[in-house]
Design a protein around this ligand. Structure first.
Ligand code: ATP
Ligand code: CA
Ligand code: CA
Length: 414
């Protein structure tokens, strides 16, 4: 945070970064239209296009009021192919990225990255370090070989890699899919690794309105775990096993499973309470005091197709979704689950922060200490150790199969 409370990254105002990258992306996508679709070539992964954005504009760039900047687009043809793989039309991508201001998210991470969310909730733009950007470039061909074979995955989907250059500073950015819907209240959020070393949300984080908790907090809040139907559980674990095998093959570690929990029963209670508080005895209005939408309208707005194909949690794990109650005001695609009290939950989840390769990892004190703490001291095996511990934690501690005795009367428990 800079002077006057403005958020800055590398001393550049965040608002300046946002506006400039929207100009850069708009130009990059526009420029692609003139390049016919064709098969991907290996060299497409190495291409970098650079454009200057002078104040007064140029033949192919608009005039603007930001500081003059350069904008680099990495592997434009390759990323166009990946967007296509996930059914994202160029016009739609342009609309999402550039037609409305971006929203800045508060980042619980320690890295100092900034996150921007597109207004339609589809994409996240994250600033990454030089090493991470380089790693993504090298990773691209192999990574997408995998996604091409198996688009049903919880792995992050990357849709663009850019570099904004201003006053000899470089801000590298990746565009990826957003995992957590902002239109639905997430009662709890977790960033889980399967480690216990320092895996507790800081005091500062816990005081936020919507904190991101960690492994130790999860075990405290949900000592019995989260309960899934057997089929859903199997699909989820199978997907994570497949994904971890890919990550391990690239010697990637330090990734997390991001889990957002919407508690349907709690949402119902909140709604009722708000209604009673606002207007006891009146039921023609919903909690916000808005007249009730007609049934048709409501269904349509909820069932709006996501722009990115196979991108909801439910689609990612290839499980059949039981249609959610039309009255429930939540977006589709959450994984149905129950907590220890039998309350109905919807889980939104995905694997994040995968651009840290073991080979590139800094030898921080924390790293050594956590290695010893975790008993993971054989360095050649570390990516596989990480993957195994991650999977173990998810399959045994975080997610559980609903015991069949509970299946039909879960709310009667306790
Ligand atoms: P660090 O390296 O210190 O762990 P980071 O800056 O690399 O942090 P991430 O771990 O990638 O950041 O993410 C930090 C937080 O941002 C996550 O815990 C989550 O709350 C949010 N976040 C990250 N990626 C996504 C995503 N794709 N969709 C929704 N939220 C995300
Ligand atoms: Ca992280
Ligand atoms: Ca990171």
């Amino acid at each position: 945070v800079g002077e006057g409370g403005e958020i800055t990254y590398k001393k550049i105002q965040s608002s300046q970064i946002m506006g400039s990258i929207q100009l850069g992306i708009q130009h990059a996508i526009g420029g692609l239209a003139s390049k016919p679709e064709r098969d991907l070539l290996m060299q497409d992964f190495m291409t970098v296009e650079t454009t200057n954005f002078p104040h007064e504009g140029s033949n192919h760039t608009p005039a603007h009021h930001y500081s003059e900047f350069k904008f680099k687009t990495y592997a434009p043809i390759a990323f166009r192919y990946f967007r296509d793989l996930f059914g994202i039309q160029p016009d739609d991508f342009l609309m999402s990225m550039c037609s409305a201001p971006l929203r800045e998210l508060s980042n619980p991470g320690a890295s100092g990255s900034i996150f921007y969310l597109t207004m339609d909730d589809e994409f996240i733009i994250k600033t990454v370090q030089h090493k991470e950007g380089e790693f993504l470039q090298k990773l691209l061909p192999g990574y997408y070989l995998n996604l091409d074979q198996n688009p049903r995955t919880l792995l992050p989907k990357f849709f663009g890699l850019y570099c904004y250059q201003c006053n000899s500073k470089n801000v590298r950015l990746v565009a990826m899919n957003n995992i957590l819907p902002s239109s639905v209240k997430l009662h709890q959020k977790y960033d889980l690794k399967g480690s216990t070393y320092k895996r507790k949300a800081s005091k500062g984080e816990r005081q936020k309105t919507s904190p991101t908790y960690k492994d130790l907090d999860f075990m405290e809040h949900h000592s019995e775990g989260l309960f899934l139907e057997a089929d859903t559980y199997n699909a989820l674990i199978k997907t994570m096993q497949r994904d971890c095998r890919v990550l391990e093959s690239f010697k990637i570690m330090d990734y997390s499973l991001l889990v957002g929990i919407h508690n349907l029963d709690e949402a119902q209670r909140e709604k009722t309470e708000a209604r009673l508080r606002n207007d006891p005895g009146q039921s023609d209005e919903d909690a916000e005091g808005e007249p009730k939408k007609s049934g048709l309208n409501r269904t349509r707005s909820i069932n709006r197709q996501r722009l990115v194909a196979h991108s909801t949690a439910m689609e990612s794990i290839q499980a059949e979704s039981e249609p959610i109650d039309e009255e429930e005001d939540v977006p589709p695609g959450g994984i149905p689950a129950r907590n220890e009290r039998g309350e109905r939950l919807l889980l939104f989840l995905g694997i994040i922060d995968i651009l840290q390769s073991y080979r590139l990892r800094k030898k921080l004190e924390h790293t050594w200490k956590s290695m010893i703490h975790d008993g993971d001291t054989v360095s050649v095996h570390r990516p596989s150790f990480y993957a195994q511990r991650f999977l173990d934690f998810m399959a045994k501690t975080v997610f559980k199969k609903i015991p069949s005795s509970l299946k039909h009367s879960p709310s009667k428990r306790k």
